[in-house]
Design a protein around this ligand. Sequence first.
Ligand SMILES: Nc1ncnc2c1ncn2[C@@H]1O[C@H](COP(=O)(O)OP(=O)(O)OP(=O)(O)O)[C@@H](O)[C@H]1O
Ligand SMILES: [Mg+2]
Length: 170
Amino acid sequence: MMIGITGTPGCGKTTVADLLRDMGYPVLDLKTTVGPFVLEHDDASGSDIVDVDAWADAFPYTEGFVEGGFAHYLPCDKIVILRCRPDVLRERLASRGYSKEKIRENLEAEALDVILIETADAFASEQIYEIDTTSTERESVVRRIISFAKGETPASFGSLDWSEYIADVI
Ligand SMILES: Nc1ncnc2c1ncn2[C@@H]1O[C@H](COP(=O)(O)OP(=O)(O)OP(=O)(O)O)[C@@H](O)[C@H]1O
Ligand SMILES: [Mg+2]
């Protein structure tokens, strides 16, 4: 089974990926696979612009977890979306030294549910599991992901509402 872990930058994907690896689960860091599909580097945001469609078309089905903000473009069997309340996400991104513009872009995406909407477009509801990492311990996030992957926890998403933060980030 291929299980995607997606989410806005800073929501905790790599954190849980590292813990899953420590437990012996296979986890592919998708950032390591996009190299040939980088179209240009955006100096303003400091991010690479990737031809996501070409990357996804060329991506071989991979057993285990695939982690990265593009995971929901892949034909995963199940997909986990990590979320973080925008005021807390702001602190996480600021502590990385991100520019104001890059922080704003990411907070806006999180507050507007961009990844959730893209995921819900591409997957059936039974495949999607959303986890709020704002004040959930990392180990608990990992336990929930494993339980969902094994089919012990049912799909669930759509219960979070960051709309009261939209005005702060736009
Ligand atoms: N469950 C959690 N509780 C508190 N802090 C967390 C949690 N998960 C991650 N963090 C913290 O949030 C920050 C961002 O986490 P991480 O690097 O895993 O995000 P990411 O989703 O992989 O981001 P990117 O898409 O940029 O790679 C880190 O400082 C990490 O320690
Ligand atoms: Mg990461």
